[in-house]
Design a protein. Structure first.
Lengths: 302, 302
DNA sequence: CCTTACCGTTCGAATAAGGAGAACCTGTTG
DNA sequence: CAACAGGTTCTCCTTATTCGAACGGTAAGG
């Protein structure tokens, strides 16, 4: 029989202080318990438990083995609990840090549906615009939307999105639309972020980066607000798809220079390296991955 | 099959990157490997490895499980290595801190014979008179001889010895031997230790402690030296059995007040709690225990 | 002193688990 | 297109493991 099962047997016997009781607890015949303990002792070539009638005493070696066995058996049980689907439903707390706009626009539906699917999960969603420190603050997961992530084993690339340029119809009626990245400088530009000077990076036909540096007429760390501003005709704005596309669909904004290539924004699901994935975390990660694949078309060929 | 064996299977498969290779390495039919992996996936209700022909990719869940499995499988292997008698001979370094005189007198023979029995053990014996810090200095074991040990799970009571009073024949010829503990004060006393004032504790008939405080005419942290001093007729010395008995047997010293009761000295074998017992440490501890039982008569009824 | 209760071991019979090997499917390669 | 490599599935078979009953021993209690 398996090594772990033998160790577990020893643990139960020691805990029960008797072979009979151990057999009762394990719901197997005591003969089996006796025999397996004997086999274990044979394998280790030592007496683990001294059990002459009337004297029941664990050997020093037995004690030592017991100590170690308890640890490793506990580990295995933990793994089993985290991976086996003993109960179909998952439960417990789950805390996630999500970038404000991405979360609200892109994930709102998913998070609500996830919550409905798993009613016993207490989902705590923190909307943050600054990257949170996963190790210090106690989040299970965080989502990052950046150009490129430093190689992190705890980061999973779950999707992509991209920036596009938008302006309102009224603006485009009153101004001649730009025909190249360079011409953008002649337009009032709205920038996501707080810097006084900003840079937008595009890719030319050969994939080389073209950088447009400018002073934004308006800055904000809210893409939705910028979209609204652009809708009022303030100028041209660069927005990630999950903000721009809905506005575009509503007719609020019109895409400018749609053929201009831009490096994709990558979406990562990250989790603290210290924290091990339990079942509910795994399921969240899985469903999240599927959701993002569906929405962004990133094939996760498993 | 056992849980650990399944986890080990997963580890091997992942390491090999293929079911066929894993089967080859494990020297079992690949059908068995395939079946067991399938069973494992069933049990966990997840796909661990996606293995359509031409596409072999470990699932995220699989990766996570693999990480954990590696750890616990390693633990089990370590336990097996430390306990199973794969090879009858033990080998490797073994370092012990022993009190000077106890070690030399009481253990010399045992340590030499142990070394002869296990020729592949590099036995390093440090004779110390001060208790060493097991955690800081890197000893496998240390031996302590004290009246009473604070309750330490890492301390094993392996034997007992006791103090006795001795004097030389010449001294007893020239002086009247004491007839009670109190009368000791009228004699020159030799004390083990460095203090200017010393106390010896005895037990009266009812087991109550009787304390004799005195200024020793000679102090030393070497019992053998004190024995030699007493042999020259300096006075009465209190020595543990392992120093006094040989001297007595040689006729160098004669026991004084043999009926006076004294609290037994307990002999402990201790090891660092941080360090786990491996096979050679366990065997040393066992043989040491047996040796001490034989010499001191402390029954270790297992 | 004998009885009852409890414990652990041993034995043969019943059973369940794991492995072998062939047939099969499916992409890949030359 | 054929050979090949990798994985799956099926049946058969060997083995390990369990069960239950019988046995021997100790301890407590009338």
């Amino acid at each position: 029989m398996g090594q772990i099962e033998d160790l577990r047997l020893l643990v139960v016997i020691v805990d029960c202080g008797s072979i009979s009781k151990a057999a009762a607890q394990l719901r197997i015949a005591k003969s089996a318990v006796s025999r397996r303990l004997g086999l274990l002792e044979d394998r280790f070539g030592t007496v683990l438990i001294n059990r002459q009638p009337g004297m029941w005493r664990i050997t020093d070696t037995g004690k030592e083995l017991y100590q170690r066995a308890v640890g490793v058996v506990g580990d295995v049980d933990e793994i089993t609990a985290d991976f086996a689907q003993t109960s179909q439903t998952i439960e417990g707390p789950l805390s996630i840090s999500v970038p404000q706009e991405f979360g609200i626009v892109f994930l709102r539906r998913f998070l609500i549906e996830f919550s409905l699917r798993h009613k016993n999960i207490q989902l705590q969603i923190e909307f943050d615009n600054r990257p949170v420190n996963l190790a210090r603050e106690n989040y299970d997961f965080a989502i990052r939307v950046t150009l490129q992530m430093e190689n992190d084993t705890n980061a999973k690339h779950i999707g992509e999105t991209r920036h596009r340029l938008y302006a309102s119809k009224s603006y485009l009626d009153e101004n001649t639309a730009p025909t190249s990245a360079q011409e953008l400088k002649n337009h009032p530009l709205l920038n996501y972020g707080g810097a006084k000077r900003a840079e937008w990076e595009f890719l030319d036909d050969k994939g080389k980066p073209v950088i447009v540096a400018f002073k934004p007429v308006m800055s904000s760390n809210s893409g939705v607000y910028l979209a609204d501003a652009a809708r009022s005709g303030l100028g041209i704005v660069r927005l990630p798809d999950f903000v721009g596309q809905p506005a575009c669909a509503r007719g609020d904004l019109i895409e400018v220079l749609p053929d201009l290539k831009q490096a994709p924004l990558k979406i990562y699901l990250i989790h603290s390296e210290k924290r091990r994935l339990n079942r509910r975390m795994r399921i969240f990660a899985e469903e999240m991955t599927v959701e993002c694949s569906n929405q962004t078309g990133v094939q996760n060929r498993w």
